[in-house]
Every structure is written in C-alpha cells, then in structure tokens.
Design a protein around this ligand. Structure first.
Ligand code: FAD
Length: 441
C-alpha cells in the first residue's frame, strides 16, 4: 500500500512526503502532549441518544466497547454556568482532580444551570442561541444536553473493539450512500461507493466532502489495526481476562493493500492526509481566536502551560508552507445551495453517529465527527481573526461575543486532529514493519 503513497495529494498543492515529515517530526509530539492535558482530556458527550434513523441496536455487550465515565466533580474547572455567561466566581483551586470511576455515575444535576436571569428570558435566550448556532454549525453538539456526561478520553483509548458486521456496515453504508454526494454516473449499490477514478466527475465541493469522510474512515481503521487485540491473558478465576494490544500488520494489509481493496487502499490512505490538511487549515484559520482562549481547568499552572503549548503548536502550524485553500470552494453560481447541502449532509452524518452499536466506537466517532464539523464551521462560516473582524479586538478577552466555539468543540477539534496525526505516525510504523523491521519505533 505504500508504493503509490507518494507525491501529489490532489485538490491541494501539497504532497504526502512533506506531510509525513512535518507531522512526524513537528506536529505529532506537540499535539499528543497537548491532548493529554486536563482541558483536552475530558469530553462532554451523550452516548445514550436515540438513533433517529432506525431501531436502536446499540445495546452492545462486547466488553471492549465498554466506556468508563466520570462524575462531574472529577472534571477540573467544571462550571456549567460558563456556557451561558461569564462565570462571575471563577476561582482557581489547587485541588487535584479525583479519579474517574469505573461505573457510570451520571449526576441528574449535571444539566442544572446556575443562571441569574429570569426563567422566561432564559428560555428565550436558549431558543435564540440554538437558532443562531444552528445557522453556523455543521454538526450536532451534545454540549447543552442534560444527559451528556464527561468522559476521560485517556481511560477509553480508541482501539480494536470487535465492532464489525452488519451494524458497522450499516453505519458506513448510510454515510456513503445516503449522505455523501456521489458521482451521478456511478451510483454504486455496494462498497466501495465511490471509486477514486470517478472523483474527476465530481465538483470540488463534493470531492472534498467524500475525501473527508473517507479520511475519517481510514483513520478509525488504522487505529484499530495499530491497537489490535493480540492476545488475552487470564488473570484468575473471577477476574476478566486482560487484553494485550499492538500493531497487526496483516489486518492493516487486508484493509489497505491495493490487491485486497479494488486498488482503492492507497487512495483511502491519501484521503487521510487530505483530511489532515483540511483540519490543520481550520486550526491555522482560527489560530488567533484559539490563542486568546483561556483553557480554564482550575489549575493556574496547568492552564498557563496549556496556553503556551497551544501558542507553540499554532506557531508550527502557521509555518506549514502548503495549506489547504478553502477559498476555492463555494464560489460558483450554485454556491449558496451547495453550501446548504454540504452542511445538511454533514449534520446528518453527525446524527448517524448516535446509531453506532458500540459505545467506545460511538465515543470516538462522535468526537471525530464533531472535530471535523468544527473545522468545517471555521473554514466556511464567519470571521475568525481580528484582521477579518476588527470589532473582535476591541472587546475584552472573555466577552461572550468571543465565544464562537464551545469548550466541547475546541476539545473535539484538537483531539480529532491529534487522531489524524497519530494515524499518520502509525503509518510510519507499519511502513517500517513491512520493510522487515520487527521492532518498530
Ligand atoms: P469497513 O471498515 O466496515 O468498511 C466497509 C467498506 O467500506 C469496505 O468494504 C470498503 O469497500 C469501504 N471502505 C473501507 N475503508 C474505506 C475508506 N477509508 N474510504 C472509503 N471506503 C472505505 N472498530 C474498532 O475495532 N474500533 C473502533 O474504535 C471503531 N470505531 C468505529 C467508529 C465508527 C463510526 C464506525 C462506523 C465503525 C467503527 N469501527 C471500529 C468498526 C470498523 O470501522 C469496521 O467497520 C469494522 O472493523 C469492519 O471492517 P470491514 O473490513 O468489514 O470494513
């Protein structure tokens, strides 16, 4: 699969080798360290939402699909009032966060909002805000969902879960068949839905959409190959067996070798690089905004470190020479209609994530979809920096007009990019295994 994974990527002036070097040397160590910080470690999500498209089959009993949740007290800097208004009493505490429990201990008070305005106007404001948000958003968000819980991502790593077969295929099929623009000349009824040779029959916007989804699919599948269940150790009579996880080269080849994928594997890998470029451009575009966030967790030292790490990483991202050029999109006579369609298709995909039949896969599927949705929002809506919108510079840093992104969107954006960065790094590992190095990394 690596033989043709070189050179031009298509739809941008960048090539694979430039990204390999830039990612593996410059981005990967920075982004992995960044997402291990408390601010990025906790993701607020509702995994119990009903599937809006078909009868729910998500009551999965596979043990590697299980999720460890957190109580709200274990989330550093937790403050529900923040999402309405400035929290007047935001204080730093030196207390270390408590560990997340193994069990789901969802607190029914989690959704309680500490508001100072009257109940009626709260309701009105909620409606206005939901309306305003829906105009810009490419993705549904669980941020204000009373059933949403905080999940410590470091306790729930993305890896092989055993989720496969009709349920997983139904999700991918719905995503490609119902929600991706497909070449009119080639309406496939089975996988693969889009052949790379047909991409030329699609307009740029349609191609970008398909390539982004395919890149996400690639990244998910690389993770399950690189953290595959290699063996299970029996620990004792009553204790559950413990898995041993590591790279599975055979599984990787089955999924990406041209001879086993109608020649598509290398193109799917290229779509990963393409998606990486797209999300990196969103980070660059919103950079000045992201640099002004305060990344509050309650621990002033850690928050300072996070802000510095963000500035450092964004500095590296700004220096990348061949960024994705989103200004070429949505320019033709049908631009407005196409943009609405593009957004609606993507919103639909974010809803399909509620139908994923394995909680661990759903967690990472939702996070990465929200990260991509946030990137699309940044690329295709509004003004993101002081140069484009000088009014922003006049407002105090934490004025609510600055709140263009919710905490969950920022957490999802950086974590989604970290996943892509990790996938590209894992490819290096598989490449060296293929060349006979039995002890990669
Ligand atoms: P699938 O990956 O199910 O793909 C179906 C078909 O799509 C393939 O036959 C091929 O024709 C086409 N295809 C494959 N890759 C691409 C691509 N990149 N671009 C375009 N077309 C493609 N499993 C885990 O073990 N851990 C996880 O964390 C996990 N997360 C998941 C998250 C989501 C949202 C979904 C839907 C599934 C997840 N899965 C996960 C399951 C995993 O993605 C596969 O569906 C499963 O392993 C079965 O693989 P498969 O070989 O049948 O092909």
């Amino acid at each position: 699969c690596f033989e043709s994974l070189h050179g031009a990527l298509g739809d941008c002036s960048c090539n694979v080798d430039t990204i390999d070097y830039f990612n593996n040397v410059k981005i990967f160590p920075r982004i992995q360290s960044l997402v291990s910080k408390d601010y990025f470690r906790f993701y607020k999500v509702n995994l119990k939402k009903e599937c809006p498209f078909w009868a729910d089959d998500s009551k999965c009993a596979m043990k590697y699909c299980h999720i460890k949740t957190c109580s709200k007290e274990s989330v550093p800097g937790f403050d529900e009032s923040e999402y309405w208004e400035e929290s007047p009493a935001r204080k730093y505490s030196k207390e270390a966060p408590k560990l997340c429990s193994q069990d789901s201990d969802h607190d029914p008070d989690l959704g309680y909002l500490n508001m100072t305005i009257s109940a009626a106007s709260q309701f009105e404001i909620a409606k206005w805000k939901a309306y305003d948000d829906s105009l810009e958003n490419f993705c549904q968000s669980d941020d204000k969902d009373v059933e949403a819980e905080y999940i410590d991502l470091s306790l729930n790593l993305e890896r092989y879960t055993g989720y496969k077969g009709p349920s997983a295929h139904r999700i991918w099929r719905s995503i490609y068949q119902e929600n991706c623009f497909r070449p009119k000349t080639n309406p496939y009824q089975s996988f693969p839905y889009v052949l790379s040779s047909d991409l030329g029959n699609m307009c740029l916007e349609e191609r970008v959409f398909y390539r982004a989804i395919s890149g996400l699919h690639t990244s998910i599948n690389i993770h399950l190959c690189s953290k595959y269940l290699l063996s299970e150790k029996k620990l004792g009579f009553a204790a559950p067996p413990e898995g041993e996880w590591g790279p599975n080269l055979e599984e990787f080849q089955r999924r990406f070798d041209p001879s086993q994928t109608h020649g598509e594997g290398p193109n799917w890998l290229k779509n990963l690089y393409f998606l990486y470029l797209l999300e990196m451009k969103a980070l660059a575009k919103a950079g000045p905004y992201l640099e002004r966030e305060d990344y509050f967790t309650g621990n002033s030292n850690e928050d300072e470190e996070t802000r510095n790490a963000i500035k450092n990483m964004l500095g590296v991202i700004y220096s990348f020479p061949d960024h994705f050029n989103e200004s070429l999109m949505f320019n033709g006579s049908k631009a407005a209609t196409l943009k609405v369609e593009f957004r609606e298709h993507f919103l639909n995909i974010s809803r399909i994530m509620d139908c994923v039949g394995c909680d661990k896969c759903k967690l990472w599927g939702k996070l990465q979809t929200q990260g991509l949705g946030t990137a699309l929002k940044i690329l295709f809506s509004g003004k993101w920096n002081v140069e484009e919108d000088p009014e922003q510079g006049k407002l105090p840093l934490r004025h609510k007009s600055h709140k263009r992104l919710q905490r969950t969107e920022i957490v999802a954006l950086f974590n989604a990019f970290a996943r892509l960065s990790n996938s590209i790094r894992e490819l290096e590992n598989f490449r060296s295994m293929l060349s006979g190095n039995t002890n990669p990394r």
